[in-house]
Ligand binder design. Structure first.
Ligand code: ATP
Ligand code: MG
Length: 659
C-alpha cells in the first residue's frame, strides 16, 4: 500500500431508520438474550471453546488458543477431529440420515434430492476412490467444477482424508487455473466436462487441458491425474493414463469408509481472494477453528432451525461464501439446502423466485450485486411468486446500499424478514460483523455488531480507537478461530499484507465508521477512499446516495486525479430499466445535484457517466480501481479476475470520447 496516511474518513451518514425485531421473531430466536455479547467478551477463549465442543472431536482439545508466535495462531491445537464426519457421519449416527441435505436444481431444470444418508454414502465412496488414486493427508487437490452436487462430494471426500482442496471458480481462464494449481502444487484435478450457464453448455475440461499444457511456473507439473464428472455431455478429449471418468471409477468402490481424526490445525483448504484490489492471495484455512466459527455463525446469524428451515445461499462454491455457508457451516449444522447451478436470468428473471416458491425456502443469503440486478429489472417479477416462506434474509460481499436493503426487505422479505448484512472476508473464514436477527434493531446499510467473541475496532492511523461518529480503519485485535493461518507458501506476504501496519492488530483493508450507538458501517476499501480538497470521502456513502435516487439501479464512485481539488468524485451509474423520465444528460445533472444535497457540496461528482454495465470481479464486486484508471485516462490495470473484460473497453472508449 503506497498511501500510509489513511487516517480517519469523513462520514456523512444519510438519514437512518431502524427496524426492531418483532416480538414473535425474538421469542423463537436461537439467540434472544443480549447477555451473550458480554458473556463472550468476558472470556472469548472460553466462549469459543464452548462453541468448539458443539462439534464431535475424536480427541478432545485441552489447549484453546496458542498465540505464542503471532501472527500465526493455533486454535484447539492438541485436539483432533474429522471435518467431514462432523458434516455427515455425525448426523447419520444421530438418526438424521433421511433428512434432505440438498435439493439440487440444474439450470436446464433437472433436479435431484440428496439426503444426509445418501451424501454420506457418496462421500465415502469418493474417499475410497481418492485413496486409490494416491490422495493422502497433507496433499492438495484442485477442484474446477460447476455448481453441482459432485463438487460438494469432492470437497468433502478430500477433507475426509485430511487433504486440502483448492477450489478454483469455474469461470477462470486456463492461465488463472494453472497459476493456482502451481501455487498449491496440486496432484489431482477434479473437474467436469462442462456445466450449464445462461442456457448454454459452458465447457470446463478443455480449459483444464489447456491449463495443464501451459508452461506454468517452470517447476515440473504437479498434476498426475484428472477426474472428470460427466455433467453436460459435451464432447471432450480424455488423455490416456491421465484422465479418468468419475462415474467409471467411483462405481468400483464401496460405501464403507471410516473417518479418522486429524489435528485441528491440519490444512482444510486453500482459497484465493477474489482479486478486487490486485493479485489474489492463497488464503490457508485449517480444520477445528474454521469449522467451529463457520458452524456457530451460521446457526446464530441466520437463526437456523435445521429441522424446519430450507436454506439457500446463492454463492458459487468457488468463493469463500460457498465454502463456509454452503458446505461447512450448514452441513455441520445439519441444514437442508437448495443449490442451483445456473444464473438468475435463465430462462428469465423469475428463476430465483420460482425456486423460493417451489422449495419453500425460508432463509436466503445473497449479494448486493444480485439484489441490485433484480431491482433494475423491477419488483413486478418477484411479485408474481409466493415468497411467504422467507423468514431471514442475508447479504454479503459489498456494502448493501440502504435503498437496496429496503427493496430486499419489502419485496423479497415481505416487510417481515430481518436482513442480516454480514461483513467478513476470505481471510476471516466466517462472519465477523452482522446483526443477530432476534436481538438487533436493524439499520439498513450497516453490518452493525461484531459477533460474540469477536474483537473488531475502528481505529486511526496510530491504531487508537476513533470516537463514536467517526470513520477510520477496521481492524481485529484478538485472534479468532476461523482466521487465515497464512498465505500459502508465503509467510512474509501474510505478515506484510495484514500485520505490518499495526503489529498487533489485523488490518482488513476496509474503512468503517462507528455511529453514536456503536454500530459499525462499512465505508469501502481504504484504497478506494477519495481525498477531495483535503476531505477524505467514502465510496460507499456516495454510491448509496446515488442509489437512493429513484432513477438509479447501481452506482460506482471513484476519486480521479484533479488539478484543483487533488481528487474529484467521478460517478458511473446504471439507470433502472423502467425509468424513462430522464434523458442521460438530465440524469447526469440531476444526480450531481442529488449527491450535493444528500451529502454536501464537497461530494458533488465532477462527472456522472451513465453506463450499461460496471466492471465486476467474477464474484460480483465492483472493481473501482479499473474505473479510476479509466477516469484518469490511464492504461487499464490487471483485468484477469474481471467477469467480462469488454465492459472496460466500452467504458474507456466512452471516457476517451469525452476528453
Ligand atoms: P482481494 O482481497 O483479492 O482484493 P476481495 O477482498 O474482494 O479480493 P473477498 O475476501 O471475497 O475478496 O472479499 C472481502 C471483502 O468484501 C471485504 O474486505 C469487504 O471489502 C467486502 N465485503 C464483504 N462483505 C461485506 C459487507 N457485508 N459489507 C461491506 N463490505 C463487505
Ligand atoms: Mg480482500
Amino acid at each position: 500500500m503506497t498511501d500510509t496516511t489513511h487516517g480517519t474518513i469523513e462520514s456523512h451518514s444519510l438519514e437512518v431508520e431502524s427496524y426492531p425485531p418483532s416480538a414473535e421473531f425474538t421469542a423463537q430466536a436461537n439467540l434472544n438474550d443480549p447477555a451473550v455479547y458480554w458473556q463472550a467478551a468476558q472470556d472469548p477463549e472460553a466462549y469459543w471453546a464452548g462453541r468448539a465442543r458443539e462439534l464431535k472431536w475424536t480427541k478432545p482439545f485441552e489447549e484453546v488458543l496458542d498465540w505464542s508466535n503471532p501472527p500465526f495462531a493455533k486454535w484447539f491445537a492438541d485436539g483432533e477431529l474429522n471435518v467431514t464426519a462432523n458434516c455427515l457421519d455425525r448426523h447419520v449416527a444421530a438418526g438424521l440420515g433421511d433428512r434432505v441435505a440438498f435439493y439440487f436444481e440444474g439450470e436446464p431444470g433437472d433436479t435431484r434430492t440428496i439426503t444426509y444418508g445418501e451424501l454420506t454414502h457418496e462421500v465415502k465412496q469418493a474417499a475410497n476412490m481418492l485413496t486409490a488414486l494416491g490422495v493422502t493427508a497433507g496433499d492438495r487437490v484442485a477442484i474446477y467444477m460447476p455448481m453441482i452436487p459432485e463438487t460438494i462430494v469432492a470437497m468433502l471426500a478430500v477433507a475426509r482424508l485430511g487433504a486440502a482442496h483448492s477450489v478454483v471458480f469455474g469461470g477462470f481462464s486456463a492461465e488463472s487455473l494453472r497459476a493456482r494449481i502451481d501455487d498449491a502444487r496440486a496432484e489431482l484435478v477434479i473437474t467436469a466436462d462442462g456445466g450449464y450457464r445462461k442456457g448454454r453448455v459452458s465447457a470446463l475440461k478443455p480449459t483444464v487441458d489447456d491449463a495443464l499444457a501451459l508452461a506454468g511456473d517452470g517447476q515440473p507439473l504437479s498434476v498426475e491425474k484428472v477426474l472428470v464428472v460427466k455433467r453436460a455431455g459435451n464432447d471432450i478429449e480424455m488423455q490416456e493414463g491421465r484422465d479418468l471418468w468419475w462415474h467409471d471409477e467411483v462405481a468400483s468402490y464401496d460405501g464403507e469408509h471410516t473417518a479418522v481424526g486429524f489435528p485441528a490445525e491440519n490444512p482444510l483448504f486453500i482459497l484465493y481472494t477474489s482479486g478486487t484490489t490486485g493479485k489474489p492471495k492463497g488464503i490457508l484455512h485449517t480444520s477445528g477453528g474454521y469449522l467451529t466459527q463457520a458452524a456457530a455463525t451460521h446457526r446464530d446469524v441466520f437463526d437456523l432451525k435445521p429441522e424446519t428451515d430450507v436454506y439457500w445461499c446463492t454463492a458459487d462454491i468457488g468463493w469463500v461464501t460457498g465454502h463456509s455457508y454452503v458446505v461447512y457451516g450448514p452441513l455441520a449444522n445439519g441444514a437442508t439446502q437448495v443449490i442451483y447451478e445456473g444464473t438468475p436470468d435463465t430462462p428469465d428473471w423469475g428463476r430465483w423466485w420460482s425456486l423460493i416458491e417451489k422449495y419453500k425456502i425460508s432463509i436466503l443469503y445473497t449479494a448486493p450485486t444480485a439484489i441490485r440486478a433484480c431491482m433494475k429489472v423491477g419488483r413486478q417479477v418477484p411479485e408474481k411468486y409466493d415468497l411467504s416462506a422467507i423468514r431471514v434474509l442475508g447479504s454479503v460481499g459489498e456494502p448493501i446500499n440502504p435503498e437496496a436493503w429496503r427493496w430486499y426487505h419489502e419485496v423479497i422479505g415481505g416487510g417481515r424478514a430481518p436482513i442480516v448484512d454480514t461483513w467478513w472476508q476470505t481471510e476471516t473464514g466466517a462472519i465477523m460483523i452482522a446483526p443477530l436477527p432476534g436481538l438487533t434493531r436493524l439499520k439498513p446499510g450497516s453490518a452493525q455488531v461484531p459477533q460474540p467473541g469477536i474483537d473488531v475496532n475502528v481505529v486511526d492511523d496510530q491504531g487508537g480507537r476513533v470516537d463514536r461518529g467517526q470513520g477510520g480503519l477496521l481492524t481485529i485485535r484478538r485472534p479468532w478461530p476461523s482466521m487465515v493461518r497464512t498465505i500459502w507458501g508465503d509467510d512474509a506476504r501474510f505478515i506484510d499484507t495484514y500485520w505490518a501496519k499495526f503489529g498487533d492488530q489485523y488490518f482488513a483493508g476496509d474503512g468503517a465508521r462507528v455511529d453514536e450507538d456503536g454500530d459499525v458501517w462499512l465505508l469501502g476499501r481504504v484504497d478506494d477512499v477519495m481525498n477531495v480538497s483535503g476531505h477524505r470521502l467514502s465510496t460507499a456513502e456516495i454510491e448509496s446516495a446515488l442509489v437512493e435516487h429513484n432513477a438509479v439501479a447501481e452506482a460506482a464512485v471513484v476519486g480521479a486525479d484533479d488539478e484543483t481539488t487533488g481528487q474529484a468524485v467521478v460517478a458511473f451509474v446504471i439507470l433502472k430499466s423502467q425509468q424513462t423520465l430522464l434523458s442521460e444528460e438530465e440524469a447526469e445533472a440531476a444526480l450531481k445535484k442529488h449527491v450535493a444535497s444528500a451529502i454536501g457540496a464537497i461530494a458533488r461528482p465532477r462527472q456522472v457517466f451513465v453506463v450499461n454495465e460496471l466492471p465486476k470481479t467474477r464474484s460480483g464486486k465492483i472493481m473501482r480501481r479499473l474505473l479510476k484508471d479509466a477516469a484518469e485516462g490511464k492504461e487499464i490495470g490487471d483485468t484477469t479476475t474481471l467477469a467480462d473484460t469488454s465492459v472496460m473497453q466500452t467504458i474507456s472508449q466512452r471516457m476517451r470520447a469525452e476528453r
